[in-house]
Design a protein around this ligand. Structure first.
Ligand SMILES: NC(=O)c1ccc[n+]([C@@H]2O[C@H](COP(=O)([O-])OP(=O)(O)OC[C@H]3O[C@@H](n4cnc5c(N)ncnc54)[C@H](O)[C@@H]3O)[C@@H](O)[C@H]2O)c1
Length: 376
């Protein structure tokens, strides 16, 4: 690390690298992206030109082995995360890894061993924790602002309903990351892709998960895995029921809809989240019953629109601070809330328990034992 500037390599030059990681590093005076890697030349060149990045590797291993790089952001497809993270940790590089951080608990346990042995920082890229709105709710839960919470429900979809039936070309599938729907190496479908975000948030808000009950479907047979899921969670320390409804099968707007409601004995929070690429703050309405008058007080919560205060920017500023050993005061986010490799493991455990619940038609208690893949 020269002059306290973090030298970063970004692995995978697709959607999340473009909308999340690269712009956030570029906006930091404390980091410099010195290299990117992607086997798809078109993506590699586009990103190098757009973000003015000197080195481009078609083989990610060469980036990981580059001694001039201090830290990596892993933004490749799911099945590559574990092997790339293990190699990076063995090379002493700090890691910000996209979710799901691995496909099985066994491979994540291997990652944990290597990360611990090499004493590198591993941050799981579940950036919803860094959304000011979700942090507002976390702080409200700690203060018991809406009383004792008994239910949290999230409904989130992206409409990919007719896409594969319309027979897109192989190039288009590659271009817009439709490997999610078509590539068996994914290890799971829509729930594996999106579940880790809210499973991580629910754990952050309500603590460790006790049980997982799920009903999962593959509505469109053109897909290799599930595209519609309902999951109910209960928690060990907090008597709240969390319902997660997630779909890529619903007909509607391709950018979808993402809403939630949290009910407590004294009030509730209702929120809606804008499509990620818009980088706009989420909307929260709070309703609280006044303890003396029993009047309902409604309040819209206004969150900062500053681009530096949006989730990816805060996530990456925290990662840079962690690696450089700086304080997090500029982001105003306590260290103990930063998502770790263990949080990434727990989020995957809930996804795998959901699959197991569907497979066995049973509620699954955690910790998860003996899980098998869902075969469609
Ligand atoms: N945190 C979030 O909100 C969020 C949002 C989107 C995606 N993601 C995660 O990020 C990862 C990438 O998703 P995406 O939407 O950017 O997909 P994408 O298809 O747009 O981008 C992935 C890129 O990785 C490249 N790639 C393929 N093999 C590679 C290899 N061996 N080494 C390096 N790069 C390789 C592809 O060519 C592609 O350019 C996924 O795991 C996904 O779950 C997270």
């Amino acid at each position: 690390m020269s002059k306290n500037i973090l030298k970063v390599g970004v692995i995978g030059c697709g959607m999340v690298a473009n909308i999340g990681h690269l712009p956030a590093y570029q906006n930091s005076p404390l980091a410099e992206v010195v290299a990117v890697a992607d086997p798809l030349k078109a993506h590699l060149k586009k990103v190098q030109n757009k973000f003015n990045i000197p080195k481009g590797y078609e083989d990610a291993n060469e980036l990981i082995d580059d001694p001039n790089i201090d830290a990596v952001s892993i933004c490749s497809p799911h099945w590559l995360h574990a092997e790339q993270a293990i190699r990076a940790a063995e090379n002493g590089k700090h890691i910000l890894c996209e979710k799901p951080i691995g496909l099985s608990l066994e491979e994540i346990d291997e990652m944990i061993k290597v990360v611990e042995k090499n004493d590198v920082i591993f941050q799981t890229a579940t950036q919803k924790r860094f959304d000011l709105g979700n942090q507002y709710i976390k702080e409200g839960i700690l203060k018991k602002e809406i009383g004792t919470i008994f239910q949290a429900s999230v409904f989130w979809y992206h409409s990919m309903a007719q896409f594969l039936e319309e027979k897109p070309t192989k190039e288009l599938i590659q271009e817009i990351g439709l490997w999610r729907l078509t590539d068996k190496r994914c290890g799971g479908g829509d729930l594996l892709d999106h579940g880790p975000h809210y499973f991580d948030l629910f754990r952050w808000w309500f603590g460790p998960v006790e049980s997982v009950d799920a009903r999962i479907r593959r509505i469109h047979e053109t897909r290799v895995n599930e595209d519609h899921s309902l999951v109910i969670l209960t928690f060990k320390e907090y008597d709240v029921i969390a319902l997660f409804e997630r779909s890529e099968a619903i007909v509607g707007d391709v950018y979808g809809d993402e809403r939630g409601r949290i009910h407590g004995t004294q009030g509730n929070y209702t929120f809606s989240v804008q499509a990620e690429y818009k980088k706009k703050p989420m909307k929260i309405e709070k309703q609280i019953k006044d303890k003396k008058t029993y009047k309902l007080i409604k309040q819209n919560i206004f969150l900062s629109k500053d681009p530096m205060e949006q989730p990816y920017a805060r996530e990456i500023r925290i990662f840079i601070n962690q690696v450089l050993g700086g304080s997090n005061e500029d982001v105003d986010f306590p260290e103990e809330w930063i998502p770790t490799i263990y949080d990434g493991r727990s989020a995957l455990e809930i996804v795998l328990a959901s699959y197991e619940s569907q497979r066995r038609n049973q509620r699954i208690q955690l910790p998860l034992e003996n899980c098998k893949p869902l075969n469609w």
